[in-house]
Design a protein. Structure first.
Length: 270
């Protein structure tokens, strides 16, 4: 971590599931507790204990370097009027609220406020998330680097130059974990239908999905190559893939799935 990041003051508003994941990631990454402030009216027992043990304040003593908005999108308009005055002219606002555009957030702050809109996903809870982030024109390189460090504490970060891509990001990586969980669910049920005991089918499906995911994570090979590596001509895998690649194919269904999620994201943003 850079010296600038260690000295930066961070104010986290909302320490629920995702906000709490970020907080744990910051502490694990070495952000000093004395530089953090957290506002969460209804903390979980775990977060309450963490805040107490680390002596983390409930509001910043001076305008923070980064104000992180991790509250539910539907209450953002209620929360921001009381929070916005705490931001200073050099404060960067980092929002992870789904569906809230930079313009909708900027409306609550002074003109020229630096705003970063980010879309993390659920694996951030274990430090294996992926976050896409968009910075408006007022974000300086220094503030962008600081926001990057904050987001990277929960996993990978990909910066995008077009805020309009956030809807597609949401559909792929934001909602994507649910698609993978559903795959594991369906694979287990298919195992039962094939004659396996339910507990064994669930165990095999879970281990297969998580193991394949870890292999994908570690391997430099593209997914298509990994698929080909496990597929012997005329073998069992080829027989199964002939169904998934038939008509309609899994590729077609996934494309429709992502399109539907992106469409809903655009509706929520407007």
């Amino acid at each position: 971590m850079s010296e600038e990041a260690q000295k930066a003051s961070i104010f986290l508003v909302g320490a629920g599931r995702m906000g709490g994941a970020l907080l744990r990631g910051w502490l694990a990454a070495g952000f000093p507790p004395r530089t953090l402030a957290v506002a969460e009216p209804h903390p979980s027992a775990e977060i309450a204990t963490l805040l107490k043990d680390k002596a983390i304040r409930d509001k910043p003593q001076t305008p923070p370097d980064v104000l992180v908005l991790a509250v539910k999108p539907q209450i953002m308009n209620e929360v921001l009027p009381g929070i916005a005055p705490l931001a200073g002219p050099d404060t960067a606002v980092l929002s992870i609220a789904a569906g809230r555009t930079v313009a909708s957030i900027a409306a609550h702050f002074a003109p020229g406020t630096a705003i970063v809109r980010a879309m993390p996903n659920l694996p951030a809870e274990i430090g294996r998330g992926i976050t896409a982030a968009y910075a408006n024109a007022h974000v300086t390189p220094e503030r962008r680097a600081l926001c990057d460090a904050l987001l990277r504490a929960a996993g990978e970060v990909a910066w995008i130059a077009d805020e309009g891509l956030i809807d597609a990001v949401t559909a792929v990586s934001g909602s994507g974990p649910a698609y993978v969980f559903y795959l594991a669910e369906c694979l287990g049920e298919a195992g039962v239908a094939a004659g396996l005991p339910p507990e064994l089918a669930a165990q095999l499906a879970r281990a297969t999905v998580t193991g394949a995911g870890e292999l994908l994570h570690r391997s430099p090979l593209p997914p298509a190559q990994l698929r080909e590596n496990v597929t012997s001509p005329g073998g069992t895998t080829a027989a199964g893939l002939s169904v998934l690649m038939g008509e309609p194919s899994l590729k077609d269904l996934i494309r429709e799935t992502v399109a539907a999620a992106a469409r809903r994201s655009r509706e929520l943003s407007s």
